[in-house]
Design a protein around this ligand. Structure first.
Ligand SMILES: Nc1ncnc2c1ncn2[C@@H]1O[C@H](COP(=O)(O)OP(=O)(O)OP(=O)(O)O)[C@@H](O)[C@H]1O
Length: 307
């Protein structure tokens, strides 16, 4: 796959972020792989190198976003210890921060797709080393109905599964909970045709996903553009009947979904996903209302620490 997208939009001028060396680790203790001793290990390693480090556990959803939006947040590095939903919260908050700090991620979620995308480290020593080394890349992101997404925004079957998966099942069985819910919903659902508009050109299908990252649902590549590349791609699947869904799932698992019959992948600047009736939507693996979706790339980026 070749990357045919245009150059990044110009960054608006913003105040300089803090260079005070402070590290704030915002941890979601309800995320799938939360590990308190691991975080303490990272904190001790950073403090031994003179980096003042605080670990703050969230009490509820929304707290990471509120902290990241607070103009009084005066840290050099904001570390999200959580999954893709928690990272999404940080991006959402950073949109309103005049000088957002660097973002770092300790992947303790269920799927951790952004961590796979960026090959983020998994040991405490390597995480601390990454934070100390200060190597960043610009994390580009998309905006769907005003909400940022680092991975994808979609409408159709996958969003119905994201809306339908019980939290208790997800906590107990992790990714398997999505498979069980997909089978349960897939057997009784009635799909709706989607009208997908990409820079004025119309496509019809049953499932559409706007991709900011290469990967989807795990290590499976569906788009030519990565999260640290500018621009977005849309994947549209023509059908979503049970047989086609099995065929597309097999293609996804073998990394050939973009080449499957009835699959279209296109770069775009501005897109909309509409339907004759409301169709469930999701961003970065969390429920996000329903269609219509208006989607475009953000003109901002967030510096994200990479190994
Ligand atoms: N203390 C908390 N209690 C309940 N929900 C929380 C709390 N802190 C964060 N959340 C919310 O939980 C949602 C899911 O969390 P997160 O993404 O960290 O983990 P996950 O669901 O295990 O992983 P993934 O998103 O990779 O599937 C996030 O959207 C976040 O808003």
């Amino acid at each position: 796959m070749s990357d045919t997208r245009g150059a990044a939009p110009a960054e608006p001028r913003r105040p300089e972020p803090h260079s005070n060396g402070k590290v704030l680790i915002m941890a979601n203790p309800t995320s799938g792989g939360y590990d308190a001793p691991f975080l303490q290990d990272v904190r001790q390693r950073l403090e031994r190198q003179g980096r003042s480090t605080e670990i703050r556990l969230t009490q509820r959803a929304g707290e990471i976003g509120e902290t990241c939006a607070d103009p009084a947040l005066a840290v050099q590095t904001l570390v999200v210890a959580g999954g893709d939903g928690s990272i999404n919260e940080a991006l959402t908050g950073f949109q309103d921060h005049p000088a957002p700090p660097q973002l770092a991620v300790i992947p303790t979620g269920t799927a951790n797709v952004l961590a796979l995308e960026l090959s983020l480290p998994r040991t405490a020593a390597a995480v601390a080393e990454m934070i100390l080394a200060q190597k960043t890349k610009p994390l580009h992101y998309g905006i769907a109905n005003g909400r940022p997404f680092a991975l994808m925004a979609s409408a159709g079957f996958d969003a119905e599964v994201v809306h339908g998966v019980p939290l208790s099942l997800k906590r107990r069985f992790g990714k398997l909970a999505y498979v069980v819910t997909a089978i349960r919903i897939g057997l009784r659902r009635k799909s709706a045709p989607l009208d997908v508009t990409l820079d004025g050109e119309h496509f019809s299908g049953k499932f559409a996903v706007a991709c900011n990252a290469h990967r989807y649902g795990g290590p499976f590549v569906i788009s030519p553009g990565g999260a640290t590349d500018p621009g977005l791609y849309m994947l549209v699947l023509e059908r979503d009947d049970p047989w086609s869904s099995i065929r597309y799932t097999m293609a996804l698992l073998s990394g050939r979904l973009h080449k499957a019959k009835g699959a279209t992948v296109r770069p775009f600047n501005v897109a909309s996903i509409k339907a004759g009736r409301t169709v469930a939507a999701q961003v970065d693996g969390d429920p996000f209302g329903a269609t219509p979706l208006e989607i475009q790339a953000s003109d901002k980026t967030v510096p994200i620490l990479v190994p």
